[in-house]
Design a protein around this ligand. Structure first.
Ligand SMILES: CC/C=C\C/C=C\C/C=C\C/C=C/C(=O)SCCNC(=O)CCNC(=O)[C@H](O)C(C)(C)COP(=O)(O)OP(=O)(O)OC[C@H]1O[C@@H](n2cnc3c(N)ncnc32)[C@H](O)[C@@H]1OP(=O)(O)O
Length: 361
């Protein structure tokens, strides 16, 4: 009974993350600075400023949790809500993530949320962090990180979950996963994300040593895509965004593995009547192996919460409805839509799993 009510609570909280917020004003809308034209309204919350440009379909999202944009529970939650809002508004196809605080993109986890807090709070906080990662990494929007300041640990996690990273050329703005030096062990999904970006050996070294890369080294190792003078970060991010958005459908909605594989024959893009297939279905026909990728993307702890041990495809098939498995969730892409039953199901699955997870000491 206690477990059932725990599940219901977790499910409610995940579906309505704003229920977790304390003292936050959401959904404020005001004219954008210097704007006023079509779509030039900005909205957001106390800690996340959103400057949408409906004409280009791009919104600039600024973290503003001074002085260092530490990822407090409130900031994490507000980021998730703002992204969700933009994803649900079909006007928008891309988001530029940047900082409103001078010299710091994001200082990572707010250590005051972890140190000396009770296990229940830590669990709630960590859930919010994973929620943000899932929301960004699986976003249907193209995300470009305009990194205009220091970007350690959790800040780097946000940057890594974007499609493209532009870093300001300032030796003080170092980027990397340095949490090992704080005695925090990166979860497997974070290690995987690092490996996907900078390769196995470089990740192994950088994670173990807790390396923070200055701009030139970050560029060399492939952690960022561009290093530009500080006053050009935003404009370069916009140019990058234009490049990504210029890719025609379905490619633009399936960036990630699809980009590295061959184009689909037309008969896989269109059904017998010549109608274009939904991107996710076309992708599955082209690359059935992506279903497998999707399975791999499930957090082992999450799967273990349901299954009692490490996930295998057979075991997952036993618990997931066929329609979930029929739809691939592509790495870093859009195969999932917020409104889709698959997404709802995943949320529920996650809620269930978190309720089963043992509390961290
Ligand atoms: C429940 C979770 C359980 C388990 C998690 C499991 C796995 C997690 C794996 C990885 C996730 C990621 C982990 C992290 O993100 S850990 C955080 C790592 N962050 C850092 O190492 C950054 C530390 N900060 C800095 O390097 C500098 O502050 C920075 C370069 C960002 C800015 O420098 P600046 O000179 O401008 O400011 P400071 O004077 O240094 O700082 C101002 C003020 O802010 C306080 N501060 C700094 N960082 C943090 C932080 N991360 N959390 C909370 N507070 C922070 C700093 O102490 C100063 O405070 P005060 O002295 O009171 O003014």
């Amino acid at each position: 009974m206690a477990l059932a009510s725990g599940v219901r609570f977790a499910e409610r909280a995940l579906l309505r993350p704003w229920a977790l917020l304390r003292g936050t004003t959401l959904g404020r809308t005001e004219p954008a600075a210097g704007g006023g034209g079509d779509g030039a309204r900005r909205f957001g919350s106390q800690r996340v400023l959103v400057e949408p440009d409906a004409a280009s379909g791009v919104a600039v999202m600024k973290l503003r949790n001074p002085p260092i944009n530490a990822l407090s529970l409130e900031l994490l939650t507000e980021l998730v809500i703002s992204l969700e809002k933009l994803e649900n508004d079909k006007t928008f196809r891309g988001v530029i993530l940047t900082s409103d605080c001078p010299r710091v993109f994001c200082a990572g986890l707010d250590l005051t949320e972890i140190c000396g807090r009770n296990p229940a709070h830590c669990a709630e906080y960590w859930k919010a962090m994973q929620e943000l990662w899932l929301r960004t990494y699986l976003s249907s929007l193209v995300l470009v990180a305009a990194i205009n300041g220091a970007c350690p640990a959790g800040g780097c996690i946000i940057a890594l979950s974007c499609d493209c990273r532009v870093l300001a050329d300032n030796p003080k703005y170092r980027i990397g996963l340095n949490e090992t030096l704080l005695g925090i062990i990166a979860p497997f999904w974070l290690k995987d994300t690092y490996v996907n970006t900078i390769g196995h050996r470089a990740s192994e070294q950088a994670l173990q040593l807790g390396s923070l890369f200055p701009p030139a080294e970050a560029l060399q190792v492939g952690l960022v895509d561009q290093v530009v003078p500080e006053d050009q970060v935003q404009s370069t991010a916009l140019s990058e965004m234009a490049r990504w958005l210029a890719v025609p459908e379905p490619g633009s909605s399936q960036v990630g593995p699809i980009f590295f594989r061959s184009r689909a024959p037309a008969d896989q893009e269109h059904d017998a009547k010549g109608h274009r297939r939904p991107p996710a279905e076309a992708a599955r026909r082209r690359h059935p192996e992506l279903c497998q990728l999707r399975l791999q993307r499930l957090h082992p702890e999450v799967a273990a919460g349901v299954l009692g041990e490490a996930p295998t495809e057979e075991r997952l098939r036993a618990v997931l409805p066929a329609r979930v498995l029929a739809k691939p969730i592509l790495v870093g892409t859009v195969a999932l839509e917020d409104s889709s039953p698959v997404f709802a199901h995943l949320k529920l699955l996650r809620a269930l799993c978190f309720a089963h997870l043992p509390r961290r000491p």
